[in-house]
Structure formats: C-alpha cells, structure tokens
Design a protein around this ligand. Structure first.
Ligand code: VG1
Ligand code: CO
Length: 541
C-alpha cells in the first residue's frame, strides 16, 4: 500500500446527486482519488466494512472502478461487491446495499448527462439505507476535499471485473456480482409476472428504449426473458461508453425516436425510456404522453392493484416543483402527503420512518420504499401491472383519472447554459421583490403569495433553505423557479408551470396552450427573455 501525497482540488463540491464534472476533469491525476479518499474519510473510514460499487457503463467508469477498488483495499475495507463490468444501475446498487447490509456504496454516473471523454462523469456516495448521502455528509466530504493531503492506494495489478466470482485484493475480497439478477428477482417479488406474461402472450405490444445506457441488460432480462415480450422489444439495449451519442435523458426532446414511434401510426400499446443510470422513466401510451406528475398520481391511485402494494400505501411524497396531482389522490384516499425539496435524498428519511411508500419528482423520477432511489424499470412495471389488471389503455386510464380528480396541466421550461452571473442576478432580483408581488396583477393574473421554499425535515428536523421560488396565482395556478444543481456548464434555469382544471372539461387542451397565461405572467414578473436574450427554452417537458 502506498500513501500518495496530494493537495486539495478546487470545485469538488457534490451537488443534488453527488459530484458531476466533465470526464476530463475527473481524469486529471489525483482528482478522482482525492474525492474518493475524502469520501472514505468523511464517513469515518471504511476499515472492516463492506461496500457496493458500480455505474452506468459510461466512459471512464471501469477504470475509475478499478482505482476505487485498490483504494478501498488500501483503506482496509473487508469486501467490495462490484457489478460485473463495473455495471450497476442506480436502483440496483441501492438494492444491493440494502440486501447485503453494506455500509454504503459508490455509484459512478452522471445520470442523464451525456457520456464520453468530452462529456460528463460523476461519483455519488449512497448510505447504508441505500439512499443518496444527506447534505450533512456531502458537506463533510466537500470540507475534507479542501484539506486532504494524502490518499491510500494498493500497489497491485488491476482487479478483473469481467468474470463473476470472488478474488482477493490485498486483504479485501472483490466480489464481482451479476448486476441484473438480484434486481430482477426483487421485481418478480413485487409484481404479478404471471399476469404480465399473459398480457404479452395475448399480443400486448411494448417498446422500451434503453438509450444505450444501463437499463438495457435489465430490461432484456425482465421484459424479453422473464415476461416473454418479443425479442427486440427493448431497443438501444447495449450500454455503450458514449451512449452511442445519445443523450440518455428520457423526456420528449431527447427520447425523440420513442416519441415518434409512440405518436405515429401503428404505435405499440405502451412505450417507455430510461436515463443513463436507470433511475428515471418516461412512459407513453399509443398517441399519448404521460407527464411525470400525472404518472405519480396515477400510480398512487392504483398501487393497491399491484401485489407488492396490495395492503395500501403508507403515505406519498413529491418534490415541491412536482404538480399537486398526487395531492388530490392523497386527499381522496386519506393518505399523508409530503412536499420535499428537489432530490431523492429527502424521501429516504420519510421512507425509513415508515411514513411514505411512494414518491416522485416532475423530472421523470418515481419510486417506492423497495429501494431508496427512484427506479425507472420499477415504474414501467407498475404501469404494466396496472394496465394488466384494469384492462384499459394508457389513454383511457388518464382520461378516467382526470375525470375523477381533475387535471393539473403541467410543463417545465429549461434554459440551459446561461451565464452563471446572469442567472444568479435574475433570481437575486426576484428574491428582493418577493414581498411586493403579493396582490399585484400580471397579465390579468393576480398573485396570491410568493416565497422561497425551505424545508424542515419532519423526521430529523434538519432545515434546507433556498429550495426554489414559488409564485402562487389565484385559482391554484403557480410557477416555480430554481437553478439546477446537476449541470456541468453554466447555470440551468428551470421554470415549472402548473394550472389546475377541475372536472372532466378541457381534456383535449394542449398543456402549453392551457399554461399560456401563466407563461406570460412569469415573463412579466421575471423577464427571462428580456434578461437572457433567449427567445425560448431549450427543453420543454
Ligand atoms: C435534477 C432534477 C431532480 C433530480 C436530480 C437528480 O436536478 O431536477 O428532480 O432529483 O436531477 O436526478 P436539478 O438540480 O438539475 O434540477 V438523476 O436522474 O441525475 O439522479
Ligand atoms: Co438518473
């Protein structure tokens, strides 16, 4: 084992989902090593511990995994369970941490950001509950990166990650595990695989777009092998280091091949896509897109039809920018409903305390207490199981849902790669004007309230401030604005728009049309176009 002298690097500050940087930044000498050693130090050392390790197959992932294994061995870990080929989807990693009672795990991914030598890489630490590290831990990691002087690494040849089995690395065991099997078994324990097999057998047609990212092998095993969907149901099924040039972000803009197929003639009954690390999902029916906020609400209203949730839900949670569609379901079904800041880590406390079993975000993330991460394929299986029980199409389920609960029109507008100063100044100005907005009229809409969201965790009492601006208009419409914490270039402004329409009327409306008054009022209040010179958002979901 060698102690390598090192010095702190600037900017090793983990955000919403770990540390994300350009791949070449991570590949600088000692950069990855500093961050990983800082992580080990910040969690109190890993001597005698078991860890889980894996990632989404992106460029530099396998090299990073081999380095981390040698560092874990030098730091005295007892065992590291690593996915074969350094592959593990984020939900599969979360499951392994829990199933094997590991101290925690390291996930190598920049999620939905593109991969490759000139794109993005990321490192994220998950805790023993299987969920992302809370702010107290990421702050401790960052603090440690600022005065680190050495890291430990074993002088050994690189461990082999291609073959399943155990090998010794110094005094540590490297356990190379099949990345798919345990996860697929868990899915089989939650869902009615017999009913799903029968549905595929009867000719149900599905398209799953894995976008050349990590869910490919999982989706082929589950849908094609275990459930009998025809070979080729899963497309872009092989994880590639650069995701085949795709941007593995499952939204209408980036999953455009799937969109075209699902909106075209002869569309399959059901379509889905997932992101780089497999925790996000987009679902569609023939000719119809399901907004993530609606998806969460539909899953909440129908979860009891799925074997794993047949005794009902403990409660539900959504991130603040997610629409209130699920709140309406919770109110009618008598469930507790929590509103948390953006990012999955806030849900973990609620799930560990047994307060919620289903949660979701507007950013195509849905999940339950089966793991402590959002889970793309789980959400797809929830939908399939509900379709199999209700014997209705996706469009019929949505129509039925809106007729019963009303419809929360919803859209998110993203302005990417803005100059950081400009974006911060724009929201800084808004902050100083919040108090004066109340009661004022903009484009015919009057503001009911305006504030900046802060959250007190009901379980541990921790407080998170500055979690986004909320402007509520009369009649239950609102706009939320916040800056992304996961980008690697400039600042990304996210504008979340919502308008509630009670009852079954207006179902034929396009969300952008339905939201037009709120879009106009937002421009009048914030002046996004005027201040950034951007005529329109880069991405609309
Ligand atoms: C985005 C999403 C957020 C999500 C986060 C991580 O964060 O908005 O809802 O939890 O990504 O998802 P931000 O700060 O860029 O808005 V993933 O799939 O990257 O783990
Ligand atoms: Co992700």
């Amino acid at each position: 084992m060698t102690r390598h002298a090192t010095t702190p690097f600037e900017g090793q500050k983990p955000g919403t989902s770990g540390l994300r940087k350009k791949t070449r930044v991570f590949m600088q000498p000692r950069y990855l090593e500093n961050f990983v050693q800082a992580t080990f130090d910040a969690i109190g050392g890993i001597a005698g511990q078991t860890l889980v390790l894996g990632g989404d197959g992106r460029f530099f992932g396998d090299a990073a995994a081999r380095t981390i294994l040698k560092m874990a061995a030098a730091n005295g870990a007892r065992r590291v369970i690593v996915g074969q080929g350094a592959w593990l989807s984020t939900p599969a990693a979360s499951h392994l941490i829990r199933a094997r009672s590991a101290m925690g795990g390291i996930i190598l991914s920049a999620s939905h950001n593109p991969g490759g030598p000139d794109e993005d890489f990321g490192v994220k630490y998950n805790m023993g509950n299987g969920g992302p590290a809370p702010e107290s831990v990421t702050a401790a990691i960052y603090a440690r990166t600022q005065y680190i002087t050495e890291y430990l690494c074993l002088d050994a040849s690189d461990p082999d990650l291609t073959t399943v089995g155990e090998a010794q690395l110094g005094t540590m065991v490297v356990e190379v595990a099949d990345p798919v099997e345990a996860y697929a078994d868990m899915m089989e324990s939650l869902f009615d695989f017999n009913a799903l097999r029968a549905m595929f057998n009867a000719g149900f047609r599905m398209r799953m777009d894995s976008m050349c990212a990590i869910t490919g092998p999982y989706a082929v095993e589950i849908f094609e092998r275990r459930l009998g969907a025809p070979a080729g149901t899963v497309t872009h099924a092989t994880p590639l280091p650069d995701f085949g040039g795709m941007h593995p972000d499952p939204n209408p803009t980036w999953a455009h091949e799937l969109m075209a197929e699902m909106m075209g003639a002869d569309a399959p009954d059901f379509g889905a896509a997932s992101d780089g690390d497999g925790d996000r999902n987009m679902v569609l029916g023939a000719g119809i897109y399901v907004s993530p906020s609606d998806s969460l609400a539909v899953l909440a209203a129908n979860a009891h039809l799925v074997p794993g949730y047949k005794s009902g839900l403990k409660g539900v949670a959504r991130s603040m920018p997610t629409s209130a569609a699920v709140d309406r379901v919770a109110a009618e079904m008598g469930l507790d409903c929590y509103e948390t800041p953006t990012g999955w880590k806030f849900f973990g406390n609620l799930m560990d305390a047994g307060r919620v079993s289903l949660c979701g975000e507007e950013s195509f993330g849905t999940g339950s207490d089966h793991v402590r991460e959002k889970d793309g394929l789980w959400a797809v299986l929830m939908w399939l199981n509900i379709l199999a029980v209700r014997q209705m199409s996706v469009a019929e389920i949505l129509q039925d849902h809106w007729a019963r609960f009303g419809r929360n029109y919803y859209s998110r507008h993203d302005y990417e790669a803005l100059p950081i100063d400009q974006a911060e100044a724009m929201l800084g100005d808004l902050r100083t004007r919040l108090d004066g907005l109340k009661g004022a009229q903009f484009e015919g809409l009057s503001v009911e309230s305006a504030d900046e969201f802060s959250y007190t965790d009901p379980v541990d009492g921790s407080i998170s401030t500055g979690q986004g601006f909320r402007i509520l208009f009369e009649g239950g419409s609102r706009v939320v604005l916040r800056l992304s914490g996961t980008g690697t270039e400039g600042a990304t402004l996210r504008v979340y728009l919502e308008r509630y329409a009670p009852g079954p009327d207006g179902l034929e409306h396009d969300p952008q049309e339905a939201l037009a008054p709120i879009i106009k009022a937002t421009e009048a209040i914030v002046g996004i176009r005027e201040r950034t010179g951007r005529a329109e958002p880069n991405v609309i979901t």
